[in-house]
Design a binder for this molecule. Sequence first.
Ligand SMILES: *Cc1c(COP(=O)(O)O)cnc(C)c1O
Length: 357
Amino acid sequence: MQHKIYFTPGPSQIFYTVEDHLKSALNEDVMCISHRSANFQAIFAHARAELSKLLNLPEGYDIYFTSSANEVWERIIQNLVEKQSHHFVNGSFSKKFHQFALDYQKSSTATKVEDGGDFKDLSVPDEAELISVTLNETSIGYTFPIEKIKELRAQNPDKLIALDAVSAFPAIPFDLNLVDTAYFSVQKCFGLPAGLGVWIVNQKCHATATNLEAKGHITGSYHSLAQLKAQGDKYQTPETPNILGIYLLGKVAEDMNRRTARQIQNDTSYKAALLYQAISESNSLEPFVESKECRSKTVVVAKVNDGNEAILKSMTEKGWIVGKGYGSYKGDHIRIANFPVHSKEQIEQMADFLTKQ
Ligand SMILES: *Cc1c(COP(=O)(O)O)cnc(C)c1O
């Protein structure tokens, strides 16, 4: 049988070194050891160190492990928002985070734009304590321009800024100093099995959570920021965590560091340019996001005239599994993941194919 390549935007193709790391994990009894053992502490410390290097983690920022990015949304609302957060919503994921805040009965507000449109108004209500920005809206292939995040930072020095970096890190360069907290899950650009989230926070986040607790707010139980910190300071986790996931993340981050983040980011730009060029040359496809600076480099989304059924069928015949449109765009869009695992050769072949459509 022909081997498939998953160009789906998460879960996606598994990073090519994962098979070897899985074997080592079995040999090293990673799935059997206690999460209170020194072996586990070493796995935790290794994952943290490699991620810190890969993401160029600034001084004073900490890394914790959760089960998903969805979990981090909830933890942010519990630990960092007393009454109101403000959300820049352009697509399904950013919308869901806003909805979580409303579910928690916060008076959270949102700036919404048409899907695929650009944020013109960056104003944030005075009362908002935290601003949510989604670097890469996986649902529609929209990138929040980093220049605008700089503007938000400059205009709101006293508010927390939270960055959803799920389908962006480590393929998109980003200076974490611009935000107070950021998070991602590993089944997108890291090419790992789902079931692990990474939550990055700075000291201002710790202070905010401590303050909320002092006021009597419930900040969560086992995964309150205070609990994550108390255990994380010892390279441990409150619960029995996804040890295999943390192990694989450390190993893959190490592999990526060997290739260097810079190289991965440059390759991502090159491959994205090929894909968008091919889409604009094709007769039946066009990029969904109009503004060039807002087009995602890691999740390339095209509108397909006459629907996506035929093109998805011919891609499947080639062994290429490509994403359908998200939500209401299910039948009209194709979404092509351009993650670090996808080689230049694979993307060149994909671009060749797209040009002829
Ligand atoms: C996939 C995704 C999420 C959700 O990740 P989970 O691991 O399913 O919680 C959140 N935000 C963005 C931008 C995503 O692409």
